[in-house]
Design a protein around this ligand. Sequence first.
Ligand code: NAD
Ligand code: GLY
Length: 336
Amino acid sequence: MTIRHHRGRYEIRRFDLDELQQQLASEPWVITDENVAAAYRGAKTELVLKPGEETKSFPSYQHLVEQLASLSVRRSHRLVAFGGGVIGDLVGFAAATYLRGIPFVQVPTTLLAMVDSSVGGKVGVDLPLGKNLVGAFHPPSEVWLCHELLATLPDRQVRNGMAEVWKYAYIMDADLADQLDAAIPTQASMLSETLVDRCIAHKRDVVQADEFETNGLRAILNFGHTIGHAIEQVLGYQELLHGEAIAIGMVFEARLGELLGFTEAGTAAIIEDQLLRQGLPTDWEGFQNPEPLLQAMFRDKKVVGNALAFSLVPKIGACKLVTDVPVAAVREVISR
Ligand code: NAD
Ligand code: GLY
């Protein structure tokens, strides 16, 4: 599959595990985290970082670029981000900025990174004050997909990735929602290359139509994210995984849509039921205190004037950016 962007295009190439290990062995600047390094000891890795969202931070970014400088990495070199979305976003941001930009390859090792974060060129780090507040658009020069990597992924991380898969279903693929609904009892069968390709094709279509998130099209990928990112920030990027926070966000943003008369009545209940059966959280005790969440939402990138912008689903399979959501409606939904 080919993804077009403002500076050209990149390919998504499939490898089996042996081929991938050989390919990695020929790359001098492979960067990963400790869990991936432990699971794939055969794979050559140059820099091994701590696992977890805390690594997608400014201090680790600084540490990483200082290491690149001390290792004399040059503009003609390319970095290889071998890991989940944390490694992809962090290494991508280092590649976007180190020496004013060098190439990098995304090698996604989680379901979430395969279906979402490795494609589209968004890279960056979190700040204590907000998720992804510092970043860039820096497309990878290639994405290397190896489905076999999912074999070592813990179940919780698989469910975490499924949250983004459900997101595609809710925002643009009602048929996928029906298929996923029917497949929940036999979870394993869902993790097919076909499913991953279908999600990547959705992401390709969206990012090619609105690479820099300026015309409202790419914003639909943020369904569940305005509330989800706020939860992650309030929790200090601990306890809940990104997909888990997004799952809660999708339920509450569907409720918000219903409250505003934008979303078909009953949609939130369907989403809640499906995500619960998928093993994802759909509620959060922190909603009892909505003010820190509202503050986090105002610091997010989705504020337009004094109102908040939300990507809302009119019904399952469709989504639209709504830029004038009153704060009172958000407060009402999350404090109910
Ligand atoms: P992650 O990178 O933290 O990986 C999840 C966990 O799984 C980590 O502990 C990791 O060490 C482990 N792991 C990874 N691959 C493994 C494997 N094959 N076998 C065993 N363990 C493995 O998290 P994630 O869910 O991949 O990514 C979440 C991040 O992605 C968030 O920061 C989110 O904001 C970001 N994101 C970015 C975009 C984008 O467009 N750039 C899109 C969606 C999400
Ligand atoms: N994951 C949101 C985006 O790529 O725009």
